[in-house]
Design a protein around this ligand. Structure first.
Ligand SMILES: Nc1ncnc2c1ncn2[C@@H]1O[C@H](COP(=O)(O)OP(=O)(O)OP(=O)(O)O)[C@@H](O)[C@H]1O
Length: 348
């Protein structure tokens, strides 16, 4: 992952910077006002990085719970001394959204390792919610309305990244990188692999492919194949996971890869087979027939045929409305393919 030493003072400058054109990259009200912390204050707030306050470990380091002022936050401490996720800082210091695990601040004391301070997400990752045996958070995904709401929240987060100029590719969309807040709203986190660039940028050409097995677009084999459609594929895998309740790769199933398992069922007109048996097939016929198709479109082999995230947001919004009104007319899907491409017909 791209980590960089964070020099004292650089953060404030980055937070106030503009794009090459001199235009602000996001409206002033969306720009984070980052707080600069003293390392010692964060160390105290985490009880000296106490195990009791450990929220989890990732490949970059450890994450601790802390209270600063009266606010609960998560403090990210890199495992390699004095290195910080440059990408995460670069992206989150310029843009904030209710759909992201936003940056609250940072510490960059010269003598200590830099720390990132993020919003605290009280209900763990979506991966845990879907796959943990404990019933504690299952309520978050106990109905199709809740599952579509979560899928829509993530789709909006990805769409927001893709609609920046230049676009931001997250490159690591997966259920473990979606965190749930205290109200069980889903927020996209871990921007450690994210890249902000256009297709012909040198930055893209010099960044080797990366991501997580099971979610990684098979078309993204060389640096120049990266596009927003790379994220669309990973989102499609995540959507299949939300729909089915099974993992992206799971040897208890045959086939073990979720795409090879779900897509043939959809093509054979057996779409009901992909829905999570823990809550049963959606009763609403439009949801039953189309939710799986949205995922199938996202994981198409042909990159160009995959939808953009704006379309995906539109379709999931339509399905939410359909659930509310229980009428197909309210879907408003607006894509003729969706109307023609019914269950049992090829999705490629
Ligand atoms: N803002 C947060 N609030 C609450 N818990 C968090 C927060 N950020 C991370 N965590 C917890 O810490 C764990 C590690 O997070 P981190 O982002 O470092 O790594 P990861 O995404 O799990 O792994 P990797 O970086 O290797 O992809 C997460 O799985 C989650 O349980």
């Amino acid at each position: 992952m791209g980590y960089l030493s964070c020099k004292a003072g650089s953060a404030v400058a980055i937070a106030a910077s503009t794009s090459g054109s001199g235009k602000p990259e996001s409206p002033p009200e969306d720009r984070p006002r980052l707080r600069r912390f003293l390392h010692g204050d964060l160390e105290s707030a985490t009880g000296g990085f106490a195990v009791d306050n450990l929220l989890g470990r990732g490949s970059h380091g450890s994450v601790y719970k802390a209270v600063v002022g009266s606010r609960l936050v998560a403090v990210k401490r890199p495992s390699k001394s004095r290195e910080i996720s440059h990408n995460e800082f670069e992206i989150l210091s310029r843009i904030r959204s209710p759909r992201f695990v936003n940056l609250v601040g940072f510490s960059a004391d010269n003598a200590k390792e830099p720390l990132l301070v993020c919003e605290f997400m009280g209900n763990g990752s979506l991966y845990d919610v879907i796959h943990s045996d404990s019933a504690s958070n299952f309520g978050a995904i106990s109905s199709w309305g809740k599952r579509i709401k979560i899928a829509l929240q993530i789709a909006k987060a990805v769409h927001l990244l893709h609609s920046q100029e230049p676009p931001i590719m997250h490159r690591d969309i997966k259920s473990a990188n979606v965190l749930m807040d205290k109200n069980l709203n889903a927020k996209l986190g871990d921007f450690g692999l994210a890249i902000r660039c256009n297709a012909d940028d040198q930055k893209m050409k010099s960044t080797p492919p990366a991501g997580t097995m099971g979610y990684l677009d098979p078309d993204y084999v060389t640096a120049d194949r990266l596009s927003t459609k790379t994220d669309v594929f990973s989102f499609g895998i995540l959507l299949l996971e939300i729909i089915s309740g099974r993992k992206a790769i799971d040897v208890r199933y045959s086939p073990s890869f979720i795409v090879d398992w779900a897509i043939p069922m959809i093509k054979r007109g057996k779409i009901a087979g992909i829905y999570d048996p823990r809550i049963g097939t959606p009763l609403d016929v439009s949801v039953r027939n189309h939710l799986g198709l949205v995922a199938a479109k996202c994981v198409r082999t042909c990159t160009e045929k995959r939808p953009g995230m704006e379309e995906v947001v539109g379709w999931l919004t339509g399905l939410t409305k359909s659930l509310r009104s229980r009428r197909w007319d309210d879907l408003g899907i607006g894509n003729p393919c969706m109307m023609v491409e019914t269950v049992g017909r090829p999705v490629e």
